[in-house]
Write a protein that binds this ligand. Structure first.
Ligand SMILES: [Zn+2]
Length: 99
C-alpha cells in the first residue's frame, strides 16, 4: 500500500525534519500505524486508514507539514521518496564536516 501523500502540497521532504526523524523510535503497532517516541512527546502516526497520513502533533495538524513522526514511519515502511531524500542529507553532512 502506498500512503496518499501530496509531497508537493506539503512542501516536500524537509531535510531538517528528516534529520530529526532519524533519532526517533518507531514501533509498528498495525498496518501503517506507528507509535513514535524519543522526541519531547510520544505521537501516533496513521499512514493508511484515511485519505491522508495523520499524526497528532502540532507540526502536522497546524502547519500541515510532513512532520518528523510521519517521516519516521515512512522510513520504516521503506517509502522510496523519503529514502531517496536521505542522499542530500548525507551530502549536506559531508559538506558540514569539511567546512
Ligand atoms: Zn508528527
Amino acid at each position: 500500500m502506498i500512503p496518499a501523500i501530496d509531497f508537493a502540497a506539503a512542501g516536500g521532504v524537509d531535510l531538517d525534519r528528516l534529520q530529526r526523524s532519524l533519532t526517533l523510535d518507531g514501533e509498528r503497532v498495525g498496518a501503517g500505524q506507528y507509535r513514535v517516541s524519543g522526541g519531547e512527546h510520544e505521537h501516533w502516526v496513521d499512514l493508511y486508514t484515511t485519505s491522508h497520513p495523520r499524526c497528532d502533533c502540532g507540526d502536522h495538524l497546524w502547519r500541515e507539514r510532513i512532520c518528523k513522526h510521519i517521516l519516521a514511519a515512512l522510513l520504516r515502511e521503506g517509502n522510496e521518496r523519503v529514502v531517496r531524500a536521505l542522499a542530500p542529507l548525507f551530502s549536506r553532512a559531508a559538506i558540514a564536516r569539511v567546512t
